[in-house]
Design a protein around this ligand. Structure first.
Ligand SMILES: *Cc1c(COP(=O)(O)O)cnc(C)c1O
Length: 230
């Protein structure tokens, strides 16, 4: 018993320590999303007990399973690619959907939010990386979607676009990453002058969050630096 207790205690100290370490480096205007995908509830609870209340998951089923058993004051963020037919499972509780990349998806989120008498906050995911594989909107599609919402507000009463999200190219090249983050920040600033509801710029992960913050991020999504590698 003593052994298993001390192992558990050590593990707790390690997640709490990582969390506190990262939090101590974040400016007050930057929100930390603890990315807990693939990690067991016990690990999330250790972060919860250390004070963390915002968790990010990339699969709706897994997030819903965790939501069901964990304390209800947690804010759940969907950070992954969202399939339209699964929106209904998270609509009752999700607090922010980071990866919105089509009007069709936005319309489904609006529909499911309405069924739950909710307004769901969303970020539009903008494609900033050089890779082919990443999801997201190009600038033109982004403006088209914002225009559509602006001109048909009554059709989008149950969603609120509160900002943008982006992922940089997976590379060691800091200049490349910086260029991409700055590009997204420029788009964000431009849109903000027309839309006062845009407040959140979600960019930065374990490997690049400091750079992202220096480029203007207001929300970082950090997984492995808190919970260990996956
Ligand atoms: C997994 C994931 C993260 C966190 O990545 P880490 O490198 O573990 O910090 C952030 N954002 C998205 C969209 C992810 O899928």
């Amino acid at each position: 018993w003593e052994n298993s207790y001390s192992i558990k205690f050590t593990r707790f100290m390690y997640i709490a320590e990582n969390l506190n370490n990262i939090k101590s480096q974040l400016p007050a205007h930057v929100t930390l999303v603890a990315v807990s995908k693939t990690k067991p509830v016990a690990d999330l609870m250790e972060a919860y007990d250390a004070g963390q209340r915002i968790f990010g998951e990339n699969k709706i089923q897994e997030m819903t399973d965790k939501w069901e058993v964990m304390p209800k004051d947690i804010e759940w963020h969907m950070i992954g690619h969202v399939q339209t037919n699964k929106v209904k499972y998270m609509a009752p509780y999700v607090s922010l959907i980071h990866g919105v990349d089509s009007l069709k998806l936005l319309q489904e989120i609006n529909k499911q939010a309405a069924k739950n008498n909710r307004v769901i906050d969303c970020l539009l995911q903008v494609y900033i990386a050089e890779e082919e594989s990443k999801f997201g909107l190009d600038e033109e599609e982004l403006y088209e979607i914002l225009n559509e919402i602006q001109h048909n507000k009554e059709n989008y009463k149950n969603i609120k676009i509160v900002g943008l999200m982006g992922m940089a190219t997976f590379t060691e090249n800091q200049n490349q990453i910086e260029k991409e983050f700055k590009h997204l920040k420029t788009i964000f600033d431009k849109l903000k002058t027309q839309n006062s509801e845009l407040k959140t710029l979600s960019m930065g992960m374990s490997g690049d969050y400091q750079l992202a913050i220096s480029c203007g991020s207001t929300m970082v999504r950090i997984g492995s630096s808190i919970f260990g590698s996956r």
